[in-house]
Design a protein around this ligand. Structure first.
Ligand code: NDP
Length: 274
């Protein structure tokens, strides 16, 4: 299956590419414009940014200049922790939309579950969804207990939960929870922020003529997890997209599953201070 065609179907029927391009820590302006342009040329059709990344303007510029129809691209952005609350989130969304210079956002996420605040924020996302300003809404960094609380009072069930997810943090409980509730899981830091020197991954890769990074991203796809690797390097951007022409065996999937160690490279959603 080619990169462009491979898409998950969210609970509301919206199609979201299995592979997206993460732009965290790529500077706004020329660096992010170049990276997004390179990714689109390599076949990516989904871009994951956030207000907090400070590069929405450059992402929007690359999208306008890439020559594709807007409908061919899937754009995600997120409301930051300091903007929680109903009115504040509606404002933050409008600011993101202006910086991206897009009519409609494909997916809008609550970036982190700030305790006591995210219920009102979710009501704002429901409003944006009902107004047609976003095609899908979701959350990020929500443990099952955060989702329990959200689901108890929501009108629209989140379509996506974006979590830190990789072989060392396989998120079994969150994966089961999301599957039960029709929420698409999406992996952030899928490449363990570049910590790929795990012998099992290299060994499996050798069998398929693939790198450790490609093995990990393929493992995401075969688990039904949307994945958004970041790279600022043209060679690695292309490498990370070249994952649709091989298949991991059940034994290889199990060997990678066996690496799970509950190891985080980012913050725990139950213990963050930003
Ligand atoms: P990743 O796991 O995608 O790893 C990126 C790192 O791996 C970079 O240092 C990159 O270096 C390196 N790398 C990329 N490709 C390869 C390769 N093929 N071989 C070896 N090294 C490689 O980390 P991120 O934290 O960036 O996560 C991805 C995306 O997830 C983010 O960009 C962002 O969009 C999202 N995210 C969301 C969060 C949330 O709270 N919702 C939190 C964190 C991330 P180089 O650039 O030099 O190639």
């Amino acid at each position: 299956m080619a990169v462009v065609e491979a898409a998950a179907t969210l609970s509301n029927g919206v199609r979201m590419p299995w592979l997206g391009f993460g732009v965290f820590q790529i500077r706004d302006g020329a660096p992010v414009v170049a990276a997004v342009r390179t990714a689109i040329a390599a076949g990516y059709r989904s871009i994951d940014t956030a207000a907090a990344y400070g590069n929405e303007a450059g992402v929007g510029q690359a999208i306008r200049e890439c020559g594709l129809d807007r409908a061919e691209l899937f754009v995600t952005t997120k409301v930051w922790n300091s903007r929680h609350g109903y009115a504040s989130t509606l404002e933050a969304f409008e600011e993101s939309r202006k910086r991206l210079a897009l009519e409609q956002i494909d997916l809008y996420l609550i970036h982190w579950p700030v305790a006591g605040r995210y219920q009102d924020t979710w009501r704002a996302l429901e409003t944006l969804y009902q107004q047609g300003l976003v095609r899908a809404i979701g959350v990020s960094n929500f443990h099952p207990h955060h989702l329990d609380e959200l689901l108890a009072g929501c009108r629209v069930v989140p379509m996506v939960n974006q979590l830190e997810f990789h072989p060392l943090l396989a998120q079994r409980a969150a994966r089961d929870y999301c599957q039960t509730h029709g929420i698409q899981l999406e992996a952030w830091s899928p490449l363990m922020q570049g910590h790929l020197g795990v012998p099992v991954l290299a060994e499996i890769g050798r069998r398929h003529g693939k790198t450790a990074a490609q093995v990990v991203l393929r493992w995401d796809l075969q688990h039904g997890v949307v994945t958004i690797p970041k790279s600022a390097d043209a060679g690695r951007i292309a490498e990370n997209a070249d994952i649709f022409d091989f298949e991991l065996s059940a034994a290889e999937m199990a060997a990678i599953d066996g690496l799970d160690a509950g190891r985080r490279f980012g913050s725990d959603p139950d213990n963050f201070h930003f």
